[in-house]
Design a binder for this molecule. Structure first.
Ligand code: HEM
Length: 473
């Protein structure tokens, strides 16, 4: 992990240049790889200096727990993100919200009421329906599996947040939200925009060549505002006509009334469900497909475990979860192997602090977990021992800002992954000589890191499952 501050010379870190500090060494792309390398050199907590602003990196779970959980009263702020927060406008959302304490508590209470470990079970039918739809889409058009997985995840989150059923990939709830989400991931990439480490450039005139970031921010802001208006207006119209599906927004709108402030808070916190929950949940699922294609021994074990439960005649459901421990271990392992948010979401310490003799000024820790195990070796068995789970769950963050959707996310992951394993075999594409061509896959940069698209064969495993779903639809 890393922490940023105005004067933390106590901490070790790479030597930088006068004034620029480590600006030229700090990667704008897949920064977590360099942070992991620096972690090996400088230890579990070190600092970077970007234009005189110190950034503190925490590179172990223990330091993260010591600071972000045990001292969460002072480590739960978010850093000022000028590009994503102020210029594009995301600082009103939950994720970048600076602690205006009462508002943040209210947001988190609303979210917890809906997504807490027990409450989230109300969405199991929505999640099971999305799993069935995923299986049908994969059976009709397996080559587009990335889009089908994304749609399954998105439709679940949109249903939970807005009560809206997505009926095509052209649905504005999908198109506008995906655009806004992609923009957010780029805008919030740590240190990717000069304005975030050198705030005075915010004031340069729009017409100057260096002001490209401002023009980008205006466009992204407009797209974000369109999305916010479209989503809340859709639910308000449904309430007015009396035909309203229960959802996060409709429940809060009906209990709090439609006055301006309440409405503003509701639309922002609902959008945070989407931005927090859609793109992130896609990553472990697409990574699992990759693991199934590259590791036939893992796939065979998963299939054997599944067949004992379903006998190849039906899709699994939530009641089957305890009988599928290897699947659970595989899901934890893919989240550890390729965390959806490799550098975490930065926290900021609000007062000066001292940790193990190091002075920690106000700063923004970025969580990295790659030091925990050999990051490149897939070994689901490590989770069957039972004591390693907390470490993977660190991918959901720490302390008062821990992901409020972690239970909902794990439920969606379980049911979508289990259904795919039950229904399909995943194989590499073969060349003309019949030799398998294993996909070599890079992960994208940005706050959320996805596997780049790859090809594989997805073939039904059982003659019974797909007709069974079609009949039950
Ligand atoms: C595999 C899926 C997911 C991963 C890996 C993930 C990861 C994270 C992480 C790392 C954070 C920041 C935590 C911190 O600052 O310490 C976060 C925040 C958040 N997540 Fe998730 N998340 C996932 C799914 C979801 C889902 C399904 C939802 C909602 C339905 C959700 C909603 C949120 C929200 C609203 C925040 C902001 C919380 C705050 O700043 O107070 N996430 N998530």
């Amino acid at each position: 992990m890393v922490i940023v501050s105005s004067s933390s010379d106590d901490l070790p870190g790479p030597r930088g240049l006068p004034i620029l500090g480590n600006v030229l060494q700090n990667p704008l792309d897949r920064e977590w790889l360099q942070y992991t390398a620096w972690g090996k050199q400088f230890g579990n907590i070190f600092k970077l200096n970007l234009f005189r602003q110190n950034v503190i990196i925490i590179n172990s779970r223990k330091v993260a727990v010591d600071l972000l959980e045990k001292r969460s009263a002072i480590y739960s702020d978010r850093p000022r993100l000028i590009m994503a927060g102020e210029l594009v406008g995301w600082n009103k959302g939950v994720t970048l919200r600076r602690p205006i304490i009462t508002e943040l508590r209210r947001y988190r209470k609303d979210l917890h009421g809906m997504l807490g470990s027990k409450a989230t079970r109300q969405f199991w039918p929505v999640q099971e329906k999305a799993a069935k739809e995923l299986i049908l889409s994969l059976s009709k058009d397996p080559s587009d599996f990335f889009a089908h997985i994304r749609r399954a995840v998105t439709s679940t989150v949109v249903k939970i947040a807005y009560g809206h059923d997505i009926d095509s990939n052209q649905d504005p709830f999908v198109t506008l939200a995906e655009k806004a989400q992609a923009n957010f991931s780029l805008a919030a990439t740590p240190n990717a925009f000069v304005v975030d480490w050198f705030p005075p450039v915010k004031f340069i005139p729009d017409w100057m060549p260096m002001a490209g970031f401002k023009r980008k921010a205006y466009l992204w802001r407009r797209q974000l505002e369109d999305l916010l208006e479209m989503t809340i207006e859709t639910v308000k119209r449904a309430i007015e006509t009396g035909v309203v599906e229960p959802s996060y927004v409709s429940t809060l709108l009906m209990s709090r009334g439609l006055d301006g402030d309440a409405e503003d808070e509701i639309k922002w916190s609902a959008l945070s469900l989407y931005t927090g929950g859609a793109d992130t949940t896609v990553v472990p699922l697409t990574t699992l497909v990759l693991v199934l294609v590259l590791h036939p021994e893992i796939k065979a074990r998963l299939q054997r475990e599944m067949d004992l439960v379903t006998s190849g005649t039906r899709l699994p459901n939530f009641q089957d979860r305890d009988s599928l421990p290897f699947l659970r271990a595989c899901l934890l392992e893919v989240m550890r192997f390729r965390p959806a948010i490799p550098s975490g979401v930065a926290h900021r310490v609000v007062t000066e602090d001292v940790y193990k003799g190091f002075r920690i000024p106000k700063g923004a820790p970025i969580c990295l977990h790659h030091d925990l195990y050999n990051p490149e070796k897939i070994q689901p068995d490590r989770f069957l021992a039972g004591d390693n789970e907390d470490r993977t769950l660190a991918v959901f963050g720490f302390g008062r800002r821990i992901c409020p959707g972690l239970h909902t996310a794990q439920d969606s992951l379980f049911i979508l992954a289990a259904s795919m394993v039950a229904a399909f075999d995943f194989l590499p594409i073969c060349d003309t000589m019949g030799n398998p061509r294993l996909p070599m896959v890079n992960y994208t940069t940005g706050m959320i890191s996805h596997p780049e698209q790859f090809k594989c064969q997805i073939i039904p495993r059982s003659k019974e499952i797909i007709p069974f779903i079609e009949e039950s639809e």
